[in-house]
Every structure is written in C-alpha cells, then in structure tokens.
Design a protein around this ligand. Structure first.
Ligand code: CUA
Length: 339
C-alpha cells in the first residue's frame, strides 16, 4: 500500500473507531439520529452520482478532444454536429442538477418535519444547564416536590419523547448525544431546546460539542435509556432523601461534609448541605462516573477527587483544600453511602 493509502486507511479507521459504540452519530438509537442517517445516505448517494457523471463527462470530453486534434479536421458539418451535442448535454446536465438539488431540499424538508413532530407530544420535560465543566440536570414537573435534580447523568425511558430545555450559567456549551439526536447550543442569557426520542435501550455518551475552556473535553454525560418500569424505579429512588450514615466513619464523613466547605456548593437532600452551584450529591454513588464523565465511579477515584480535584481535572471549580487523610477517608466512606 502506498504512503497516501496507508494514511487514508489509518484516518478512516480512526474516525470509525472514535464514533463506535456508545458515542456514535451513526448509531441510530433515536428517531432524530435515524432521520439524520437517512438524510446523510441520500445526500451521499446523490452527490456521489453527480460526481461520477462529472468524471465520466470529463473523460469523454478529453478523449474527443484528443481525437479531434489527431484528425485536425475542419469539416463544417462535423462542427455543427458537435455544438448540437454540447447543447443537449448542457440541457441534460442542468435538468440533472435541478432534479438533484430539488430532491435534496425535499428530503431535508421531510427530515426536519419528522423531527419537529416529536416536539408536539413530549412525555418528559428536562432542563439541562451547562456549567464549566459539568451538566446540571433537572426533571421538570408541575409539582416541584416531584422534581428530581441530578448531574452529569440522564435517565430516559425508551420510546418516550423528551423535551430538553437548555441553559448556560457561564459560556456557550453544546449538548450532544450523537446516538440519539443532533447538537444544540446552550447560550448564556438565552433558552434553547432539543427533542430526544430514544428508540433503543442502552448507555450512551453525551459530550459538550462547543469549546468552552480548558476542560471542554472533560464535559461529558452518561445517558441511560431504559424500559419505562426501570426508569420509574430510578426516578422514585432519586426522589428519596439521602440515606442516613450508619458507621462511625460514615457519620464523621457526614459531619465534615455538612459543616465544612462542601455544603456551601453541594446539595444533599435531607441534610443541611444545600449548596446549589455544584453537582447535587444526594445519590452521587448511584451514578456511573464523577467529574462529568471524567472518572468512573469507584473508591479509588473518589479518594483522588476528594483529596485533590485540581490534579484530576485542572482548572475545575472545586478547590483542593488540603484535607487531613482521616477526613478524606471519612468523606469517601460517607459519599459511598449516597446510593
Ligand atoms: Cu462545555 Cu465544551
């Protein structure tokens, strides 16, 4: 294989690997994404066909030009015949381009309409707020006591249309769950929205798709699409208050969290910790990851994060406060109870 061929193969396999599985714009696990894939295939086919026709035309014209040079004929009748052919070729080509462009416009229009149709029957309302560099997630209900607040993780029932209101507390972010739907910006001072209709269960990765500062790439979220009963079970659990700490170590951790710096930023329902500017921790131990998809949730990462968040995700808003090892130990033990 030539060097250029190897480079092409490498970049193609890299691009395909990067979009495989849980973060895949060609996954088609939502109606909007499926519409986009269909539209992509239609555009690709029409453009490829046009490209091939242009190439064939060019090859044909070059060959004819060469033949004409060779015979060097100045035959009048032949000249007239050629210009007639050129004219009909132009007419056919104009017709093809018009038909192609009209076809693409119509396909695009219907894809748009199909996506818009979901908005009229939303079964679930969410507000997602972008922050440097994490996602605040609020399930909106008419009864505020039934509303759930969480962070960096969204659970959705399969086949239920979801309306997501998007806001930002600082800079422009972009909400993107490629398996399910397209991107939508979150703009400070403005409200935008996106519709999701997941059609297959699974765990997908959402990613901020607009450069928003040094930790932009570590601004991800887990999207868990599950059967309705599992979603309802999850939701009911999220509504419950934080569990009461049981062991002396957990109680020491609890005391530290509710009386020290942690509580001024983090909320833990049912405790005096009521901060609203950082991720809600009421059920943090039930999530799959911490620090907006940066670290899988496990004891080691909790230790690392609590002890020195700045070394784990430099520049993030949680300061490294220099805790005593015994306090770190206690805080981690308490956080692990927040299932
Ligand atoms: Cu938020 Cu990039």
């Amino acid at each position: 294989m030539t060097r250029a061929g190897r480079l092409l193969a490498m970049s193609l396999s890299g691009a395909l690997a990067s979009c495989a599985g849980k973060q895949n714009a060609l996954g088609g696990q939502g109606t909007e994404d499926a519409n986009f894939i269909l539209l992509f295939v239609v555009f690709l086919a029409v453009c490829a066909l046009m490209y091939l026709i242009v190439l064939a035309g060019l090859t044909f014209a070059r060959r004819r030009g060469r033949n004409a040079d060779r015979t060097n004929s100045v035959d009048e009748g032949r000249h007239e015949q050629t210009s007639l052919r050129t004219r009909s070729a132009l007419v056919i080509w104009t017709g093809l381009v018009t038909a192609g462009l009209t076809g693409l416009t119509v396909a695009s229009f219907f894809a748009d309409r199909s996506n818009a149709r979901n908005t009229r029957r939303a079964g679930l309302m969410l507000t997602v707020t972008g922050n440097q560099w994490w996602w605040n997630v609020q399930y909106d209900t008419s009864d505020p006591s039934k509303s759930v607040r969480t962070a960096n993780e969204i659970h959705l029932p399969v086949n239920v249309p979801v309306h997501v209101t998007l806001k930002s507390n600082d800079v422009i972010h972009s909400f993107w769950v490629p398996n399910v739907a397209g991107k939508q910006d979150l703009i400070p001072g403005r409200v935008t929205d996106v519709e999701l209709l997941p059609t297959r269960t699974g765990i997908f990765r959402g990613q901020c798709a607009e450069f928003c500062g040094v930790q932009h790439s570590h601004m991800a979220l887990d999207v868990i699409v599950e059967p309705l009963v599992d979603f309802q079970r999850w939701y009911a659990h999220q509504l419950s208050l934080a569990p009461t700490p049981a062991t002396p170590l957990q109680i020491a951790g609890y005391r530290y969290v509710v009386s020290r710096e942690c509580s001024s930023c983090h909320n833990i329902a049912g405790t005096p910790a009521g901060g609203q500017i950082a991720p809600d921790l009421t059920h943090v131990a039930s999530r799959r990851s911490i620090a907006a998809g940066t670290l899988p949730l496990n004891r080691g990462n909790l230790y690392g994060w609590v002890a020195d968040p700045q070394s784990q995700k430099p520049g993030n808003r949680m300061p490294t406060i220099g805790m005593d090892p015994k306090d770190i130990h206690a805080v981690v033990a308490y956080l692990e109870t927040l299932k």
